[in-house]
Structures are given as structure tokens and as C-alpha cells.
Design a protein. Structure first.
Length: 171
């Protein structure tokens, strides 16, 4: 028995008889409509399977976009032509939106709130660069008349990343 068949049997065992669960492979994904078409062995293709529980535009949601060719589990809703995808073997993208905050996750990057602020800092490298500047500043001397020099009148303190690092968001 294939792992996806065992997974399907487990869900069918615990779901009410009124619900129909089926497994298939993703033929296409419509990111605008938040739907996908699912091919099934020996059964008709399921068109426009919902990727969210409702069709409406939502202020808060999590939407997973399955990869083309990946396995999905679908549950048939009220009518045989209306179904919802609730499990995925592989994703191309995940979108999370809660009010005005959002995140889009792909294999290449994570985009928070549209990405308008640019990339996150590499905090260790930033701290090292700041401290290189402090070392240069503190070692600077001013030439005076003749052959004497005078050091900088005040020394700058080194930077400590704990003073400005936000540990609530990590990369």
C-alpha cells in the first residue's frame, strides 16, 4: 500500500460518512481564485477545488498553494462539485494575512508586508562593521605642530548586538 493510500484510509475512517475524501494530484493552480484542479485515478477531475474554506476575499487567512503534480487530499462539501483541499504533500507558496500584516513564503524567500522596507539585517555582520568603525575612530590621531600627535579626545564604545537585536523575528 502506498503511503498516500494509507493516509487516505485513516482520514476516511474518522470522517463522517456524509463527507467524501479523495486523493489526487494537482493539475493546475489558480492563485487569483485560490483554487486548484485535481486529477484522480479512475475518477473525474475535480475542478476549482477551494484552497480556503470559503470563496470570499478574507481580511485574515492562511492559504497554501500546492505544487503542480503533488498529492492533495480533498473533501467534498455540500454538492459533489464543491470540494476543499485540506492536506498537501508539497507546496509552492504559503500566504498568511491577519489584518494589515502579511507574509508570503516561497522556496526562494519570505516577504513580510509587501517587502517595502527591504531585507532584514545580518545582525552579526552589521555589528562587526560598526565595531570596525569604532576601532578606526578610537585609533585616530590628530597631527599637531612639529612631530607630536594627539589621540581622539573621547573614545567611542563598541556596539553590543543585544542592545538592538529583536529576538522575536529570527532568520
Amino acid at each position: 500500500m502506498r503511503p498516500e493510500d494509507a493516509f487516505l484510509l485513516l482520514f476516511q475512517k474518522f470522517m463522517p460518512k456524509a463527507a467524501t475524501i479523495t486523493i489526487g494530484t494537482v493539475e493546475s493552480v489558480d492563485k487569483e481564485k485560490h483554487t486548484c484542479d485535481v486529477l484522480r485515478d479512475g475518477q473525474p477531475t475535480l475542478f476549482n477545488c477551494r484552497l480556503n474554506a470559503v470563496i470570499d476575499t478574507l481580511d485574515s487567512h492562511v492559504t497554501c498553494f500546492p505544487a503542480r503534480g503533488s498529492y492533495v487530499l480533498c473533501i467534498t462539501l455540500d454538492e459533489p462539485t464543491s470540494c476543499f483541499v485540506f492536506a498537501y504533500s508539497q507546496l509552492d507558496e504559503a500566504q498568511i494575512k491577519v489584518g494589515k500584516s502579511s507574509a508570503v513564503i516561497t522556496k526562494d524567500d519570505i516577504l513580510f508586508n509587501g517587502g517595502t522596507l527591504g531585507g532584514l539585517m545580518k545582525i552579526s555582520e552589521f555589528t562587526d562593521r560598526l565595531n570596525e568603525f569604532v576601532t578606526t575612530y578610537n585609533g585616530h590621531v590628530h597631527p599637531e605642530t612639529g612631530s607630536t600627535t594627539s589621540p581622539t579626545t573621547s573614545q567611542a564604545a563598541t556596539f553590543i548586538r543585544d542592545d538592538y537585536e529583536n529576538l522575536k523575528i529570527k532568520q
